[in-house]
Design a protein around this ligand. Structure first.
Ligand code: 13P
Ligand code: SF4
Length: 346
């Protein structure tokens, strides 16, 4: 009994040291007692992981107790898809949203890929079906079809190449076609137009009408107000933000690039125009930085919890297991592999 108690206290201490500086969601703080309460669960999940030969991939937007308590790999969509592609584990638990887990299944088809909550959708991925893309493609037969990774497996299967927020500008610029059909993010398409114009590229970008409900809600007046209140402020935005917000920011990039920018930049304050989970990660990994709030919560990412991770690992329900049509998966893989090739090429 004493041994068990010692283990729980040691785990609580480990969690407390990691989480003590996290204060990104109103009403949620990590004192020692809070860490002590979840310690038995993180111990159980880490034991189940070993027994089942599993790895846990966690997107930076999920709760910090998942990221720092049980995840093996944490990061942005590109990094996590690289990890899924080289994973040799029998089981992959994807703490993120369903399109990310589908991508892991496409890249690691022999693994059992599970999601903590099947309802963890994404307003972008859910904005377009493969059938809708087929109809749109027919209108632009000369266009290269580029899908953002925030899309369904069906949409990936209909695309020539997939991109993430970390490589979108470089990959679109490298494509030989002048006309690009970019789906499903209308705002990112506008940001691509602006960035490629700045680079002197004359590509025509056609897009569909999806947006991210989290990033679409930021606005330029919010940025102006923050700058007036906090001299020296650095504004950091995700490319899913509206173009006037991106134009008002000091830095625009993937969540991985945003973290790197904040860590490497000296400024009295930062405004993070993204999901609050990223602020939580920075509070852990760069506790000397000051964030002025303003981040937003993704209701889909926030469906993840330690309890659901445990259940998906211990005995996944059918709805937690990702299954894909083999033909769709094979074709979707081609667009992802083309992304890896183009991202690696100079
Ligand atoms: P990243 O690939 O930049 O992490 O973006 C994922 C996402 O869903 C942003 O809303
Ligand atoms: Fe989708 Fe937006 Fe949530 Fe990212 S933050 S998962 S793009 S809804």
């Amino acid at each position: 009994m004493l041994v068990v108690d010692d283990q729980v206290e040691a785990e609580a201490g480990r969690l407390f040291r990691a989480l003590v500086s996290v204060d990104c969601v109103p009403g949620v703080t990590w004192d020692y007692d809070a860490c002590r309460r979840i310690a038995p669960l993180t111990l159980e999940i880490n034991r189940l992981k070993r027994e089942r030969g599993a790895v846990i991939l966690a997107h930076s937007y999920v709760e910090p107790e998942i990221i720092y308590g049980v995840a093996d790999f944490k990061g942005d969509s590109y990094y996590l898809s690289q990890q899924a592609r080289k994973a040799s584990a029998q089981v992959i638990v994807f703490a993120g949203v369903v399109f990310m887990a589908e991508t892991a299944k496409i890249l690691s088809p022999d693994a059992t890929v599970v999601v903590p909550d099947r309802n963890s959708g994404c307003s972008l991925a859910d904005s377009m079906t493969g059938e809708q893309l087929r109809k749109l493609k027919a209108l632009y037969p000369d266009a290269a079809v580029v899908c953002y990774i925030n899309s369904t497996a069906d949409v990936k299967a209909e695309s020539d190449v997939c991109v993430t927020s970390g490589n979108v500008y470089d990959i679109v610029q490298k494509l030989p076609e002048r006309r690009i059909l970019f789906v499903p993010d209308r705002l990112m398409a506008e940001n691509i137009r602006t960035e490629l114009k700045r680079r002197g590229s004359d590509k025509e970008i056609v897009s569909s009408d999806g947006t991210c409900i989290v990033h679409d809600a930021f606005d330029a007046p919010q940025v102006a107000l923050a700058r007036a209140r906090y001299p020296g402020l650095k504004v950091v935005a995700h490319p899913e933000c509206p173009p006037d917000v991106a134009a008002a920011a000091d830095f625009v990039g993937s969540t991985g690039a945003m973290m790197k920018y904040v860590k490497e930049t000296r400024a009295p304050y930062f405004l993070m125009l993204t999901e609050c989970g990223l602020v939580g990660r920075l509070q852990v990994e760069a506790p000397e930085k000051h964030f002025i709030g303003g981040c937003r919560l993704c209701p889909y990412m926030k469906l993840n919890s330690l309890e659901k991770v445990r259940d998906a690992l211990a005995a996944p329900r059918p709805d937690q297991i990702i299954t894909l049509d083999p033909g769709v998966s094979r074709r979707a893989r081609r667009s992802l592999e083309r992304m890896f090739e183009l991202a690696a090429a100079d």
